[in-house]
Design a protein around this ligand. Structure first.
Ligand SMILES: [Zn+2]
Length: 482
């Protein structure tokens, strides 16, 4: 702990330095340090990112101090910049020291992110352990995922004392943040142990017998899949069911699944979708270790029996459950992959936050599934999707009004497209520390803050300015008028 305390003393000094220099740039600073102070005082986040990156090259020890100064003294829109720099440059001890010192009630999202970043550092298991007992259950969830990052199977026991409270993770509808911890812990246990448990008791039994034979090991991702037996199929990431059994025949017709080889190809494409989703979402949430997800192929009839969801939805996920339901009578083979990636993103997103408004959860699912690595929008596509008007009126202002579940009406496809475009802008629009900023926005909305307030504080500009910037970004997308 000496190490950590030393870091904290220096960090505290840095915070004081920054505060003092808010009024009077001091000649004793190196040019790298004064660049950070000037950028901090100007409120320009792009300049602040650049100044911290330059400082990291010339004066590595000080970049941690200055980042902490920005984090503790800065405005809300400066915090993501500080977090991004710490995630990039701080070692495990510094991350632990800072997360331990920040006040949990003031730095919820930042503590989650700093703890989550510890997972990629070596030899930090003891430091991670203290956060498994953190007062903030979402920080505990982050620590559980870090344990999986460490790839040390003997650490499974840390996640079972106490065991995750979730009894059966596919059947029981979760509520609240305890559920998020349980999902994170079970995902981590599954990744470390290779044990495909259906509930907490199975995990405890297995652990008592460990390292005994695994009766239900996670199917390897490269195993050759055969056609389902008795309307069921277990794959690496999924437990697939057909309800009614006839749904299997309809799926086989639609997707031309006539042999074991066809089935293998189909399942590998599902696994590929899930793998890509976990990787893309991992840029925002940290590496994702999901529990087994149940996929139910249903028909109109069984979907309707599933809780009154409108027939017009080809697929949906139940809040809090690791379950995707797909209406085999509704979907088109052409859109199968995008649709499936979209639904799995919902599952991954809901494993991170309890409450998210509709525009943000649909926007994230559309954006991550259709634009995994760069924006898929072009000015032409924006026009043909009917978004030009919303863009000129203010797309963020319009999309954040979309908060109700399953609001119906003929403008819903426009709502999906618009929220996807907005999320693409927040990810690819050149916003500094965009991933940490998006995480902070999700955190504020999770805590019930109103969209305008949350967006303006996290992004540091008015909603109208962000609307104008988005409109300008969209107009400049490649593929525009020649
Ligand atoms: Zn959706």
């Amino acid at each position: 702990m000496k190490n950590v305390r030393g870091i904290l003393a220096r960090l505290l000094a840095a915070a004081i330095v920054l505060a003092a220099l808010a009024h009077d740039a001091d000649a004793l600073l190196t040019s790298g340090q004064s660049s950070v102070v000037n950028a901090f005082n100007s409120g320009d986040d792009r300049a602040l990112v650049n100044a911290l990156d330059s400082l990291a090259i010339d004066d590595r020890p000080h970049v941690i101090e200055y980042s902490l100064g920005v984090l503790t003294r800065g405005a809300p829109h400066q915090r993501p910049v500080a977090v991004a720099a710490l995630v990039k440059y701080a070692d495990g001890a510094a991350l632990a020291g800072i997360a331990a010192q920040l006040r949990p009630e003031l730095f919820q999202d930042e503590r989650r992110e700093l703890v989550r970043a510890m997972g990629s550092r070596k030899g930090v298991l003891p430091a991670i352990q203290q956060f498994l007992r953190d007062q903030d259950v979402l920080v505990r969830a982050a620590a559980a995922a870090c344990i999986a990052d460490q790839k040390d199977r003997s650490a499974v026991g840390l996640l079972l004392n106490p065991p995750p409270s979730l009894v059966d993770f596919t059947e029981i509808e979760g509520d609240g943040e305890d559920h998020l911890y349980a999902v994170s812990a079970i995902g981590a246990i599954r990744a470390l142990s290779g044990f495909n448990a259906q509930n907490t008791n199975e995990i405890l039994d297995w652990w008592r017998r460990a390292p005994g034979p695994l009766s239900q090991s996670v199917p390897a991702s490269d195993v050759k899949i055969k056609a389902p037996v008795n309307a069921r199929l277990a794959t690496h990431s999924f437990e697939i069911r057909f309800d009614p059994a006839e749904a299997q025949r309809i799926l086989e017709d639609r997707m031309h699944l006539r042999s074991d080889n066809d089935w293998n190809r189909f399942i590998q494409s599902m696994e590929g979708s899930a793998r890509q989703d976990r990787a893309v979402a991992g840029k925002i949430f940290g590496p994702v270790y999901a529990p087994c997800c149940r996929v139910v192929f249903a028909t109109r009839q069984t979907v309707a029996a599933c809780g009154g969801v409108s027939e017009s939805y080809g697929a949906f996920t139940n809040w809090g459950r690791m379950t995707i339901t797909i209406n085999v009578e509704m979907f088109s083979p052409i859109f199968w992959q995008i649709m499936f990636r979209h639904e799995y993103i919902h599952v991954v997103h809901r494993n991170q936050f309890v409450v998210q408004p509709r525009w943000l959860s649909e926007g994230l699912a559309v954006s991550l599934s259709e634009s995994p690595f760069r924006s898929s929008w072009t000015p032409h596509r924006i026009a043909s999707a009917g978004l030009a008007n919303a863009l000129s009126l203010g797309s963020l202002s319009a999309t954040t009004a979309w908060i109700n579940d399953f609001h119906t009406g003929d403008d819903e496809s426009v709502s999906y497209a618009l929220s996807g475009l907005v999320l693409d802008y927040l990810r690819f629009g050149g916003i500094p520390a965009s991933e940490q900023r998006l995480f902070a926005l999700m955190g504020q909305l999770n805590r019930g803050k109103q969209p305008r307030q949350a967006i303006e504080s996290v992004y540091g500009v008015s909603l109208e300015k962000l609307d104008a910037d988005l409109s300008q970004w969209a107009a400049g997308l490649p593929g525009g008028a020649r």
